[in-house]
Design a protein around this ligand. Sequence first.
Ligand code: SF4
Length: 344
Amino acid sequence: MKILSGMSLKEIEELVLSLNASKFRAKQIHNWIYLKSVSNIDEMTDLSKQFREDFKQVAQVTDTKIKVKQVSSDGTIKYLIEYPDGECVETVLMRFDNRANLTACVSSQIGCAVNCSFCATGKRGFIRNLSYKEIIEQVLTIQRDTGLKITNVVFMGQGEPLLNLDNVLKALDIFNNDFQIGARRITISTSGIIPQIKKLAEQELQSTLAISLHASNHAVRKEIMPIENKYPINDLINALKYYVEKTGRRITVEYILIKGLNCTLESAKELAHLLQGLKCNINLIPYNPVVKTGYQKPSNNEIMKFKYLLEHSGKKVTVRLERGSDIDAACGQLSGKAGGKANE
Ligand code: SF4
């Protein structure tokens, strides 16, 4: 049985032609999958009843299920999606005040090997990569469930996207061409895998690269992100400068503010100095408490002082609005908690 989610127009054409139907059917089916997001072939009402019956013998829309759905008081929705092998992954729909902007935060791996100390996903270790079809299935699941069309995609869910780069790039291509989501509305986030940042730079994409920096020097970064031992912060900044040079695109620097650790005024000055000469915007993320880390969120006063100092260096600085923290859907909170193998 062929699974239609994730198939290109050309692949659908081949399938349709094997049933001796007109090639034009493929375009109709493609629209039903990516733009109208139906759940089954019977909903494709502009296909004849006879063709739908024949088509159902060889294809189905999806093979994944929603295992858990949680809706936050702020409208954020978190899904736990189950794939046919029983593994589960989380994906989040974020709605901002401007309702025209619907962002899917997608996962790229089950578990994660990077093991950042503030992150719930890292606690599980690495299980496996997601295929590009499993990645795009997350967005299709949201669209099918809500009837809404996703406008933005951020690769900021579970996993390190650059350690699954081939599948992420293929998914990005499908988001761009099949979902018709503009490349500039897609963001890839990384913990700082330098060789892959250089590889990504060669693609000269128009998408945004977000770097999870979270520290202003080697010692602090090493404490919270073991990846710093392999790819030290100064080399990372040079790799990011290379990325900007190749693509012309401004980087987004993500910085989680953890009380007493990385949000002192000295840290702000050091960060401003470190980022001098890098074309970037800075996104400050007040820490969301995750069980067992022992970290705390700084006060609003500390956050605002940190922001002010950075702005003084000429950078554009935003403080990320907290979304879905009551359902553990905020940054660093995705653990696949209800997940793992469905039968575990
Ligand atoms: S923050 Fe990202 S890279 Fe770090 S452990 Fe969590 S999922 Fe992996």
